[in-house]
Write a protein that binds this ligand. Structure first.
Ligand SMILES: [Zn+2]
Ligand SMILES: [Zn+2]
Length: 282
C-alpha cells in the first residue's frame, strides 16, 4: 500500500509501505476510502510537532471499509463501513470513563502522530470497538469525514467551550473548515460574525449563514467589530500566532458583562486540555 510519509519540516512523500497487520486482539484494519488533511498535519509538516517522528504516515481523519478485525473486536466485522475518530480511546481507563477520551492513558491522538495514520491505503485502528463508528452503506463520505475531527472541534472547542447562548453575538476569526464548523454549530444558538483574510472563504461563510463578514487584511477588524458594539463570544479558529493577535483583539472587544473568548488550536487538537481540543479564557 501507499501512504503520505512525513520526512521532517517541509518534506513529505507518497511512498510504498508494508501492508498493515493486526498487532493486538482489539485492533482492526480499515481500507481508507476517504480521508482529508487537517491544520494539525500542516503544523507537523512545518516542524511544529516534534513528537511526530520522521517516517510517520500522516492523517487522523477518514472513512473506510473494515478488512480485518482482531479476535477481541465484537462490534464490527469485515465489510462494515466505518467513520474513524481522530481520537482513539480504550474506553476503560479513568480518563475514558470521564469522557476525556483525548487523554486516554493507552491511546488519545495517536493516528498520524505516534502510530501510522489515515492518509494511506489502509490504517490499523487500535481499540476498534470504542474508536470507530458504523455508517450506512449509502452515506455521503465527503460529508461524514468532517465528523472525524473538524466539525466536533469547531463545536466542542469553540461553541461549547465558548458557552454560546441564544441571543449572543459570536465573532469567529478564521473561515477555514474549523471556523466554518464553529459558524454552523454556533447557529444552534446565535448568529455569527466571520473574520478572515480571504474573500472566497468569507463568501463560503456567508452561504453557511454568517450574518456579518469582515476582511481583516487592513488590520482594522477589531475596530469594525467594536462598531458592531462588540461581541459576546470570540472564537479564534486558525491556530497560528498571527491570528492569536486577532484573538486578543476579540477578547478586548468582547462585551464586558460576559467576557468570553475561545482559542482553538489545530495543532493542539488532541492533547492540551481536559476537554481535549482547545481551551477557554473567561
Ligand atoms: Zn484534525
Ligand atoms: Zn482510555
Amino acid at each position: 500500500m501507499h501512504g503520505l510519509v512525513n520526512h521532517g519540516p517541509g518534506r513529505s512523500a507518497w511512498e510504498e509501505r508494508p501492508q498493515r497487520v493486526l498487532q493486538d486482539p482489539t485492533d482492526a484494519i480499515v481500507r481508507i476510502t476517504t480521508s482529508t488533511i487537517c491544520g494539525t498535519d500542516l503544523h507537523i509538516l512545518k516542524g511544529d510537532v516534534p513528537s511526530v517522528t520522521e517516517g510517520r504516515i500522516l492523517g487522523h481523519e477518514g472513512v473506510g471499509e473494515m478488512t480485518q478485525v482482531g479476535r477481541a473486536v465484537s462490534t464490527f466485522h469485515p465489510g462494515d463501513r466505518v467513520l474513524i475518530s481522530c481520537i482513539t480511546s480504550c474506553g476503560r481507563c479513568d480518563f475514558c470513563r470521564k469522557q476525556m477520551y483525548s487523554h486516554c492513558r493507552h491511546a488519545g491522538w495517536i493516528l498520524g502522530s505516534t502510530i501510522d495514520g489515515t492518509q494511506a491505503g489502509h490504517v490499523r485502528i487500535p481499540y476498534a470497538d470504542t474508536s470507530l463508528y458504523g455508517i450506512p452503506p449509502d452515506a455521503d463520505e465527503e460529508a461524514l469525514v468532517m465528523l472525524s475531527d473538524i466539525l466536533p472541534t469547531g463545536f466542542e472547542c469553540g461553541v461549547l467551550n465558548g458557552q454560546v447562548h441564544p441571543g449572543d453575538t459570536v465573532a469567529i476569526v478564521g473561515a477555514g473548515p474549523v471556523g466554518l464548523a464553529a459558524l454552523l454549530t454556533a447557529q444552534f444558538y446565535s448568529p455569527g460574525v466571520m473574520v478572515d483574510l480571504d474573500d472566497n472563504r468569507l463568501e463560503v461563510a456567508k452561504r453557511l449563514g454568517a450574518t456579518t463578514l469582515i476582511n481583516s487584511t487592513d488590520g482594522e477588524a477589531a475596530q469594525r467589530v467594536m462598531d458592531l458594539h462588540g461581541v459576546d463570544v470570540a472564537i479564534e479558529a486558525v491556530g497560528v500566532p498571527a491570528t492569536f493577535g486577532e484573538y486578543e483583539h476579540c477578547r478586548s472587544i468582547s462585551r464586558c458583562n460576559r467576557r468570553q473568548a475561545v482559542r482553538t488550536q489545530l495543532f493542539a487538537c488532541a492533547q492540551r486540555t481536559p476537554a481535549g481540543i482547545g481551551y477557554a479564557d473567561a
